[in-house]
Design a protein around this ligand. Structure first.
Ligand SMILES: [Zn+2]
Length: 118
């Protein structure tokens, strides 16, 4: 039965305006995510655009998971290096989650970059 009651909308309406996200991160369907990831990775040659690091790409890779590899750093700690999708214009500044606004960046370059853009 549809009585027009939407609990989530009620919650959002009850929040003071300043607490509401101005630009909520849209939910991305897994198939869309895979397509976008494959398009961005492919365009950027499956490598970090800043440092050039690239992970192994398994045969038949379909974009359904982020590429990366485990390694041990020089202090013997287990680490994971990942090729992430980075917003060129940050989400915070209204940048969209779209192929044109995304680039492949490894997690270590991404951490250094933060929410800055030229
Ligand atoms: Zn990098």
């Amino acid at each position: 039965m549809d009585d027009g009651f939407s609990p989530m909308e009620d919650v959002l309406d009850s929040l003071p305006a300043r607490r509401r996200p101005a630009n909520p991160r849209p939910r991305v369907a897994p198939e869309t995510m895979a397509r976008i990831r494959l398009a961005v990775y492919g365009r950027d040659w499956f490598a970090c655009v800043t440092c050039g690091w690239s992970p192994d790409v398994p045969d038949g890779y379909d974009g359904r998971y982020a590429l990366g590899e485990d390694y041990v750093d020089n202090r013997g700690r287990a680490r994971c290096r990942l090729l992430e999708l980075d917003h060129i214009i940050p989400h915070l500044h209204g940048g969209l989650f779209a192929v044109d606004n995304l680039q492949a960046l490894c997690n270590s370059c991404n951490a250094r970059k933060g929410a800055t853009h030229p």
